[in-house]
Design a protein around this ligand. Structure first.
Ligand code: 5GP
Length: 203
């Protein structure tokens, strides 16, 4: 069976990256898409692991050649999902996890109506602020821009299929896995089996 496209979004600093990492480590049916971005690498971020780091010109060439499933601008930088990896993994039956922001998520829903859209939230604004500042990877101005963006993104959460609170990490990971597994049992994905049985029975 072809793998599903799974979009995971959530406020900056909510711990989406950790949730994704745990899903990949603990279950073997997932593949994590690595995005292209024009953002500068943070300390410790490796080319091809965290992101494919591009110049604006290189990124615009990917757009021109139609090599991205979707792309968006987020706080002054481009981010996009390379097409080739997503297609290959889905054809191998893996569910492909896309950790992307809301504009990209909605483009995916338009193009692939059977994609599963999951929004991860912190239990409160206070926790969100503490996690983002505590991470220490962004300067104060960027933290504030990201919190402002979080306010906007909160309005878009209603367009997602599921909202999961990341309070206790382990529980959040389990819940996201259950949601994705359940999506494989959606009626439209499995009706063919029932239809085949119906045909056989009427022979
Ligand atoms: P960060 O700079 O913190 O790594 O990512 C900033 C935002 O860009 C996050 O919300 C992240 O989910 C989103 N993002 C990462 N890759 C992509 C992508 O390929 N497409 C889109 N639309 N958003 C992305």
């Amino acid at each position: 069976m072809k793998g599903k496209l799974v979009v995971v979004s959530g406020f900056s600093g909510v711990g989406k990256g950790t949730v994704m990492k745990r899903l990949i480590e603990e279950y073997d049916n997932y593949a994590l898409s690595v995005s292209a971005t024009t953002r500068k690498p943070r300390p410790g971020e490796k080319e091809g692991v965290a992101y494919f780091f591009k110049t604006v010109e290189e990124f615009e060439e990917l757009i021109a050649k139609d090599e991205l499933v979707e792309y968006a601008k987020y706080v002054d930088n481009y981010y996009g999902t390379p097409k080739a990896f997503v297609d290959k993994m889905r054809n191998e039956g893996k569910d492909v996890l896309l950790e992307i922001e809301i504009q990209g998520a909605l483009k995916i829903k338009d193009k692939f109506p059977d994609a599963v859209l999951i929004f991860i939230t912190a239990p409160s604004a206070q926790v969100l602020r503490e996690r983002l500042v505590g991470r220490g990877t962004e300067d104060e101005e960027t933290v504030n821009k990201r919190l402002a963006r979080a306010r906007q993104e909160a309005e878009g959460a209603c367009k997602y299929d599921y909202v999961v609170v990341n309070d206790v990490l382990e529980e959040c990971v389990k819940t996201v896995d259950i949601i994705i597994k359940s999506a494989h049992n959606r009626t439209e994905d499995n009706l063919a089996i029932v239809e085949e049985i119906r045909r056989d029975l009427s022979k």
